[in-house]
Write a protein that binds this ligand. Sequence first.
Ligand SMILES: Cc1cc2nc3c(=O)[nH]c(=O)nc-3n(C[C@H](O)[C@H](O)[C@H](O)COP(=O)(O)OP(=O)(O)OC[C@H]3O[C@@H](n4cnc5c(N)ncnc54)[C@H](O)[C@@H]3O)c2cc1C
Length: 419
Amino acid sequence: MGEAAAGQQADVVVLGAGMVGVSAALAARARGRSVIIVDRREPGSETSYGNAGILSSGSILPLNTPSLWKNLPRYLGNTHPALRWNLPWAIANAGWVVRFLASAVPAQTKPRAAALNGLIGASLKLHRDWIVKAGAGHRIRETGWLKAWRGDALAAAKAEQAALAEFGITSEVLDRQGISALEPNIIPAYSVGLLHTQTASVDSPGAVVKAYAQMFADGGGIVRQSEIRRIEPQGDGWRVLLADGTIAARHVVVALGPWSAELLQPLGYRVPLAFERGYHQHFAPNPARRLLRPIHDSNGGFLMTPMEQGIRITSGVELTARDAPSNFAQLEAVVPMARSVAEFGEAVGERWRGARPTLPDSLPMIGAAPRHRGLWLAFGNQHIGFTTGTGTGAAIAAMIAGDAPPFDVSAFAPRRYIA
Ligand SMILES: Cc1cc2nc3c(=O)[nH]c(=O)nc-3n(C[C@H](O)[C@H](O)[C@H](O)COP(=O)(O)OP(=O)(O)OC[C@H]3O[C@@H](n4cnc5c(N)ncnc54)[C@H](O)[C@@H]3O)c2cc1C
């Protein structure tokens, strides 16, 4: 992998080698196009590295659904580990905040859930196929995902189960004994659980992206490591200006995750992309007390996932500027909560920070840029981009070829935010 010649040409150049970009590159290459993917880092080194590794069937209800209003008073004090926000950022981005809250109404819940369900269904099918073909089948666990509550949350669990069932997504409500039978090595701190049975997880999201990128390279795709500076229309295609050269291509796919909006600004597109930042830290697992699946602690808004590097604890949401200094308070607050459930050793390695790229309606942008032929937008996959990267990429490759995408993409049209 890795080629750095100046003045390259391709049918398609994909910008960004996270899960979304690698998937778009792989899918376009599979359709016979010549494809170059560019990233300043190795594939799968940013957001697609640090996530919780869940391939979630049930994440069809984003953060901004009507239940957000019930929880809002809890979050306003800015002490809850599930959601912190920065006041100066909120004032400067009041437009985004208002539109985000305006989406949290009943009329917008089902249409968005249906749209995400289509995207997720297509994405999971591709993951289960590609992960085996890429030689990374040993990384996937088909053990589901457990959401768990400490108090009396039976009604909440049943309501979520009913909402998922409307879309054919199966889950099981569990009591304390049921949770212990499923996860015999955890301390019985949870009284109610909801097992998302069709959800899978992986033990190293970054390694899975790298395996997909290697499969792309093995199939004749080019992976180039370079800083992307700018894109410009050229003839009936595009010129991509890199730190060490240029690429000319008929089609450009912008899949830069949380960095996508700034590349589009010089073309006159002002994309309302915000950043739901999150942190992780690994802890040495106790081999006698292994976790068998990711566990979402609903009270603390954090996750514990067994990973190759240890138990990865991922924090809730921090709404602030993408590059603001790290504030580890949220992560530090949940580690003792995690220790009250799972037995694990000392911290391993550095703490990590990333940013979930989120548009006000919590749906990604998947489709053509309104005013530029051959410019394709594929970003904004919020909390579920590791899952939905494959479907997002496959849809873009289909649209480039003039074919129908594998699911209904109308709700993801870039035109809903940019003209
Ligand atoms: C704490 C946390 C937990 C999460 N858990 C899950 C989960 O369990 N399941 C799930 O499905 N999703 C999860 N997510 C969300 C998921 O990780 C993201 O939605 C997804 O990784 C976004 O992928 P992407 O390809 O759009 O972006 P990225 O993976 O960030 O890729 C963008 C790429 O663009 C490159 N780039 C940017 N600017 C430039 C430039 N100028 N030049 C060159 N290269 C550039 C970057 O190096 C990067 O590799 C989680 C996110 C976080 C933060």
